[in-house]
Write a new protein. Structure first.
Length: 109
C-alpha cells in the first residue's frame, strides 16, 4: 500500500490540476477561478464528512429525553450528495474526468 498524501497537498494538487486544465482550454477568468474555489469548498466538506463517518461509524448514538437511540450517521448520506455537486461543477467548468486524469493530476471523485 502506497504512502497516503497529506490532505493539504492533495487539495493544492487538485486546485493546480483544475486551474491548469482550464488554462489549457483557454479559460482564465474570475468566474471560473471562483468556481474552482467552490469545488475546493465541496472537497473540504467531503473530507470532513468522510472523517466523521470514520470517527463515528455509519450509525450514531444519540441521547434523547426517552433514552439512547441509534440512527444513521447523516454524514454518510451527505457524501454522495456532495460528490454529485462536485461532478456538476466539473461539468459547468467544461472539464471531464478524462481531461483531468489525462493531465496527470489527482482527483478524488
Amino acid at each position: 500500500m502506497g504512502v497516503r498524501k497529506k490532505p493539504e497537498n492533495i487539495r493544492k494538487n487538485i486546485e493546480k490540476t483544475l486551474t491548469d486544465q482550464l488554462k489549457a482550454k483557454g479559460v482564465n477568468n474570475d468566474l471560473y477561478a471562483d468556481m474552482v474555489q467552490d469545488y475546493l469548498v465541496l472537497w473540504d466538506l467531503k473530507e470532513k464528512l468522510k472523517a466523521d463517518v470514520k470517527d463515528n461509524g455509519l450509525r450514531c448514538h444519540y441521547e434523547t429525553a426517552t433514552g439512547s437511540v441509534e440512527r444513521d450517521n447523516p454524514s454518510a448520506k451527505q457524501i454522495p450528495v456532495v460528490n454529485r455537486e462536485m461532478r456538476a461543477l466539473l461539468r459547468d467548468l467544461g472539464l471531464t474526468i478524462e481531461d483531468i486524469n489525462g493531465g496527470g493530476g489527482y482527483l478524488d471523485l
